[in-house]
Design a protein around this ligand. Structure first.
Ligand SMILES: [Zn+2]
Length: 536
């Protein structure tokens, strides 16, 4: 090859790399083990300290083997410290709550992908009995929503940069690790997604650190780490899990005490990336079913991480019980609210950033923070400040619990939309009875909402002297049927029991041409529809 041709080949291949490299997602990068090595390599005493704690956990696990233990659910109060350098990094409450949802699903083993675990390992799926809750009290006993927000001058942090953990250095001081799980959410250097402190770490840095683009499952997230599994993985480390391949540079360790130290995970040489097909074999597991790449402690993409095994969940629970026991008695999880009636819109789960169809079903979560059960809750909602719909939630929400509800469908317009929702009740704090979300709709369809509760036909009505109303609500209900003119004057009202699918007519005799509004006001649904009347 001539030198000129050689140069051309080199130039082309560099160009191709430049074009195609950005399309290839970064491999998962967790720095828990890197950090551990960085801290203990020059500190033998510290290394021994961590080993002693691991032995304690192991001893406790061994002593459980012969006895059957009833395991109560343990709740971990979580404090999320958001460190932001620009507005986009100051992630929303919804994004943070979505991460708590992911953790509770993953640690309960009720995540939607659990059915995709290969059948050979289905019997290893286990509820860890560990749950997560945003802190309700700060260390001084004041009210907390479980989130701190700190504007930082630092653009990004390296995994071994301790300034993350100090107010004075552009970070945020940890809350006592004896009572809280600290999660710092910030921008991280060098494509690191997150890292965790193992049990026994100094309180000032005890917790986990997650990059803001991989925290939660709604908001500004980067694929393929957009389903909240980075946090599931790092909390695994915080509860003493090692990586499933044992961090032993590809070595095979058939002895379950070696490698990842877990007996019911297969021996695995090294980390697995992306989404390998099942079975996936390697140098340590050469025959089917191969390696357990869908375990939360491997390095696959968020959508392919699916479960912890029985032995993993047992070790994590024991870690919490033995090495992080004080957290069980934390006041952080106890609500200061001793008021009777307090209901709030906890979050809008959908639509948040995007709706694919012009007609969509809003999903919201209500939180009963009071001491009495609540039911028959009227929820009013609208798009772009248009006519409000009302849906009455007939379910009962127990004190100090949440309820997720789907509202009857509503239509948006192509482009930017504003969804607003409020609960029409009188309670101790009215500020949190309202919530809104701005979202984009990318469907150009102009079809009406098929699931809309009432249909008026013909519309416009040209000639004739009565109009037909068809109801499509799913519940029978006692309803006030009202007709208003275009300036809001009530022209007609009657009360009637309406069953799903009923059609009835409304007389328009003597009425002049114009726009009218028909309102259906039932004890479950309220909806209004405009129509045009042109008598001949
Ligand atoms: Zn890791």
């Amino acid at each position: 090859m001539s030198f000129r041709l050689f140069l051309r080949v080199v130039c082309y291949s560099l160009l191709l790399q430049t074009i195609f490299l950005p399309l290839q997602a970064q491999n998962r990068k967790c720095e828990t083990i890197g950090l551990q090595k960085w801290m203990t390599d020059s500190n033998l005493k510290l290394k021994t300290h961590y080993q002693e704690i691991d032995s304690l956990i192991q001893q406790s696990l061994n002593s459980q083997k012969s006895t059957s233990i009833v395991t109560p659910v343990l709740i971990i109060p979580v404090i999320v410290h958001v460190l932001y350098h620009n507005i986009a990094e100051n992630i929303s409450n919804e994004q943070i709550k979505s991460q708590i949802d992911v953790l509770n699903e993953d640690y309960t083993a009720i995540n939607s992908t659990i059915i995709d675990v290969p059948s050979v390992w289905q019997n290893l799926i286990n509820d860890s009995k560990i749950r997560f809750q945003l802190a309700k009290q700060d260390p001084l006993g004041n009210f907390s929503d479980g989130i701190t927000r700190t504007l930082t001058s630092k653009v990004e942090f390296a995994y071994n940069d301790t300034s993350i953990f100090f107010d004075s250095a552009g970070g945020k001081n940890a809350w006592p690790d004896s009572s809280y799980l600290n999660i710092w959410v910030c921008s991280l250097k060098d494509n690191v997604l997150g890292f965790a402190a193992l049990p026994g770490t100094s309180p000032f840095r005890d917790g986990i650190v997650i990059i803001n683009s991989a925290f939660g499952r709604i908001g500004l997230l980067k694929k393929p780490y957009n389903l909240g599994r980075t946090t599931t993985h790092e909390i695994g480390h915080w509860l003493s899990m090692r990586h499933i391949w044992g961090d032993d540079n590809g070595a095979c360790n058939p002895d379950p005490a070696q490698g990842d130290g877990i007996a019911d995970t297969p021996d695995q040489g090294d980390s697995h990336f992306r989404c390998p097909g099942f079975p996936s074999l390697d140098n340590c597991s050469t025959v089917s079913p191969g390696v357990m790449y869908m375990n939360y402690m491997d390095y696959t993409d968020d959508k392919c991480m699916m479960f912890f095994t029985v032995d993993q969940t047992k070790k994590m629970y024991t870690t919490l019980d033995v090495a992080r026991s004080s957290i069980k008695n934390s006041n952080g999880k106890i609500s200061l609210n001793s008021i009777n009636k307090e209901l709030s819109i906890d979050s809008i789960l959908s639509p948040v950033t995007l709706a694919g169809n012009r007609c969509f079903i809003p999903i919201i979560r209500l939180a009963n923070e009071g001491n009495i059960p609540l039911s028959n809750i009227p929820v009013r909602y609208s798009i772009n400040s248009g006519i409000e719909k009302t849906y009455t939630c007939l379910d009962t929400i127990a004190p100090h619990s949440n309820l997720t509800i789907q509202l009857p469908s509503i239509s948006g317009i192509f482009g930017e939309n504003l969804f607003e929702v409020r609960i029409a009740i009188t309670d101790s704090n009215s500020v949190n009875n309202y919530a809104s979300s701005s979202f984009k709709l990318n469907s150009t369809s102009i079809a009406n909402c098929e699931n809309s509760g009432i249909e008026i036909f013909p519309n416009p009505l040209i000639g004739g002297n009565s109009i037909n109303v068809k109801t499509k609500f799913s519940e029978s209900q006692k309803s006030s049927l009202r007709l208003f003119n275009s300036v809001g004057q009530l022209i007609f009202e009657k009360v009637q029991n309406i069953n799903p699918g009923d059609t009835f007519t409304i007389s328009l005799i003597g009425m002049s041409a114009g726009v009218y509004i028909f309102q259906f006001d039932g004890n479950v649904n309220t909806e209004s529809v405009k129509f045009i009347y042109l008598p001949q």
